[in-house]
Write a protein that binds this ligand. Structure first.
Ligand code: UDP
Length: 715
């Protein structure tokens, strides 16, 4: 009965057991395991939790794997109809299941099939002993994957004693090159990458392909679609990048399919039960719009009593901003720890300490934020937590630029390299969750992973803090994901930020246009540009618009008062080409304070569209203006301006402070229409033709100081 039974078995399709060695459960292993589950493969893991004795894997080693197989496969050696497939697991992913593997294996007509590659390692002198292969085939054995019948596999791994530190690849190679054994065990190499694809030195021969909601790897050299894709050796970053797509992770027709794997559900979690977070902020250089940076951190949609604040700043320039921030948040968060320039703590150390702080507090998450990161979407923290990955960063970039907070690839020296899909990701053409070799600026790290990342920022003292961190994460096989599933914010441009003024951001319209706009442009500015909006017209052909914010007015006036070199209001004016001003005012020209270029840009970007809306048919882009100046009216200085024409096609006049409060009287009268604007609104601009029709005068300021900003556009 026994004989009949086993004969019947061996005629039927074999069983398949996938086995691997993994001493640690890292992200590489988790990804591997998910792929076996996805394709319904039976998996046995050997060595979990024990100490790895197989060496660093950067040189020879791996004998430990053979010994673990020997120990664990004995139990299977008599199962006639069982195929054992061994694969590495930190850097390997399956792209198909049992049926495909069995079909391919059957075609080999073999008892043991090994993965193959083009390079011979570790003993090059063995080359001559290798059988020849066709030109497009791989000649040499790789020990990262093999498949065969349980009996042969067991005999092979137990054939000879091998030290844990000795080399597994050499061990199997010697067996394979032993003709007698090769024939006895019917060993073959997968020279055409039918089942196993080793990616080292082979990246150029593979492409990712899609078929509906399926993705697979295609080898253009051998014309095969390998099933076990192995990022052996130094190609791991590129392997992990490819893994974003494999196992149907992302396809052209479905987008990101792995994005919703393993999510954390926080929907019904009460505030009191939300995970604890340490938010660690780093201000390591003079950074424009830091006020907004802090402000946006406090606006994160997350219970504040679950957040501890940690802040390192190393530039005195920001002392005031930090002080203000600390006042604003007083009592809001359970704890606040600030390390200031006088503490003399370098960036690397401060960052390492943030990890320690989080570990000490038993935190569930550490959110690190660099001062250049403007988080405009308050759901950020929740969104990243829900995504449930070891390390995750939101995609942030400089608006309108390709500069971002992640690298898609590394060059040989470990620095930035452009990956094939970098553009697609930064431009949101491909949306998803991307395993990348470097992320910076904003990172959410799971607290449970932090013990592995202790001292990560000084792990490699030759590197920047963030590069050292990422290198450490890669060494620990903790994945760093960048997500572009939503828009969460952007990066400000801080390099070379000129801090020589009182309000430096006023000058920063070119580098940080978006932040400039949100601080300085009136919140209702764009209403005037909507199609059917009626623009206020207080006098004939004088149009009135909200244009700049209160903050703009206050900082602008303060900046110019700080400069302080007001003209005397005399006809003789050395600042002018002709040296003479017919209707002089007490004023400061923009070119005196270095704001001329910015102002002309402002005219082009914000004023011109309004002009085109009200004076239709007149196009002049960019608008030109030689006279751009702030005017000061005071009862005891120059209180008014007699009627005059302007040397302009049109003039703009922006009220910089409040009538009735900051000053009394004032206003503008258009003589021909006998029409006055006596209640100018702070931050509002009026616009009128310069010559012929709009002869006008500045009305007397009777108390206080009135400030207006004037441009004679297209003189
Ligand atoms: N491995 C392990 N623990 C370790 C190192 C390695 O279990 O500390 C196992 C794991 O399966 C891993 C394999 O050994 O995939 C080979 O290591 P690695 O991927 O680093 O080597 P490579 O494929 O680059 O030769």
């Amino acid at each position: 009965v026994h004989v009949a039974c086993s004969a019947e078995h061996s005629n039927s399709r074999p069983e398949l057991l996938v086995v691997t060695v993994a001493t640690k459960e890292n992200d590489g292993f988790r990804q591997f395991k998910r792929s076996t589950e996805k394709y319904g493969l039976d998996l046995k893991v050997f060595g979990m939790g024990i100490e790895w004795r197989g060496g660093t894997m950067e040189t020879i080693g791996g004998g430990h794997k053979v010994n673990l197989l020997k120990e664990n496969l004995e139990a299977y050696k008599n199962k006639d109809n069982l195929l054992i497939m061994f694969v590495d697991s930190y850097d390997l992913i399956f792209t198909d299941g049992k049926d495909a593997i069995l079909d391919k294996f059957a075609k080999f007509d073999s008892r043991v099939v090994f993965a193959a590659e083009d390079t011979i390692w570790p003993d090059k002198s063995l080359e001559k002993k290798y059988p020849q292969v066709k030109e497009n085939e791989k000649r040499f054995l790789n020990s990262g994957g093999f498949i065969g019948y349980a009996r042969e596999i067991y005999e092979m791994v137990s054939y000879q004693a091998l030290g844990d530190q000795e080399d597994d690849q050499l061990y199997y190679t010697q067996i394979f090159l032993n003709r007698a054994l090769r024939h006895e065990w019917k060993m073959k190499l997968d020279t055409r990458a039918e089942i196993f694809q080793n990616l080292n030195f082979a990246l150029g021969e593979v492409v990712i392909k899609y078929k509906g909601s399926y993705s697979y790897l295609y080898n253009i050299r051998t014309g095969t679609s390998p099933i076990a894709v192995h990022g052996n050796g130094p190609v791991k970053p590129e392997f992990y990048r490819i893994s974003n797509y494999l196992a149907d992770g992302w396809t052209t027709s479905t987008g990101c399919q792995t994005c919703n794997d393993d999510l954390l559900d926080l929907t019904d979690v009460k505030d009191a039960d939300m995970p604890t977070v340490v938010i660690a902020m780093f201000v390591e250089m003079a950074t424009p719009f830091l006020r907004e940076f802090f402000d946006r951190v406090t606006k994160l949609d997350y219970p504040k009593d679950k957040i501890d604040i940690y802040l390192h700043y190393s530039v005195d320039y920001h002392s005031k901003d930090v002080k203000k921030f600390l006042e604003d948040i007083e009592g809001l968060y359970p704890s606040t720890r600030v390390i200031s320039p006088s503490d003399n703590v370098g960036e690397q150390m401060a960052r390492n300490w943030a990890i320690e702080e989080c570990i000490k507090k038993n935190c569930q998450y550490l959110l690190t934020l660099e001062s250049v990161a403007q988080i405009t979407n308050p759901t950020l923290l929740r969104d990243l937590i829900i995504q449930n990955r070891s390390i995750i960063a939101p995609l942030l970039k400089r608006p309108g630029k390709l500069w971002s907070n992640f690298w898609g690839a590394l060059n040989r020296d470990g620095y930035y390299a452009r990956s094939e899909d970098y553009m697609d990701i930064v431009e949101y053409t491909k949306v998803g969750l991307w395993n990348v070799p470097f992320v910076a600026s904003v990172l959410l790290i799971q607290g449970q992973r932090l013990p592995l990342l202790r001292d990560a920022y000084t792990n490699n003292p030759d590197l920047d803090a963030d590069m050292s961190f990422c290198e450490k994460a890669r060494q620990e096989v903790l994945f760093m994901y960048v997500s572009n599933r939503k828009y969460w914010g952007h990066l400000v441009y801080a390099d070379g930020f000129d801090t020589s003024h009182l309000h430096n951001e006023l000058f920063d319209i070119f580098n940080n246009r978006l932040d400039w706009e949100s601080r300085y442009i009136h919140e209702n500015y764009s209403t005037s540009l909507q199609e059917d909006v009626k623009i206020e017209m207080p006098c004939p052909d004088v149009y009135w618009f909200p244009i700049v914010s209160d903050t703009f007015c206050d900082e602008f006036v303060a900046e110019l008062e700080n400069y302080g070199q007001w003209s005397g209001g005399k006809n003789e004016d050395p600042r002018l080409a002709g040296g003479y001003e017919n209707v002089p005012t007490v004023d400061i020209h923009m070119n005196q304070v270095g704001l001329e270029k910015q102002w002309l840009h402002f005219l082009g970007e914000f004023v011109r569209p309004l002009q085109e809306k009200v004076f239709t048919g007149y196009f002049h882009d960019p608008p030109n203006a030689i006279m751009n100046f702030i005017v000061r009216y005071r009862p005891d200085e120059q209180p008014l301006l007699r009627p005059h024409h302007d040397a302009s096609t049109y003039t703009i006049n922006i009220a910089l402070n409040r009538p009735g409060i900051d000053f009394q009287g004032g206003g503008c009268r258009f003589v021909r229409y006998n029409c006055s604007i006596t209640a100018p609104k702070k931050g509002w601009m009026f616009m009128h033709p310069g010559r012929l029709t709009h002869y006008h005068e500045g009305l007397r300021t009777t108390e206080g100081t009135r400030y207006i900003m004037i441009s004679f556009v297209d003189p």
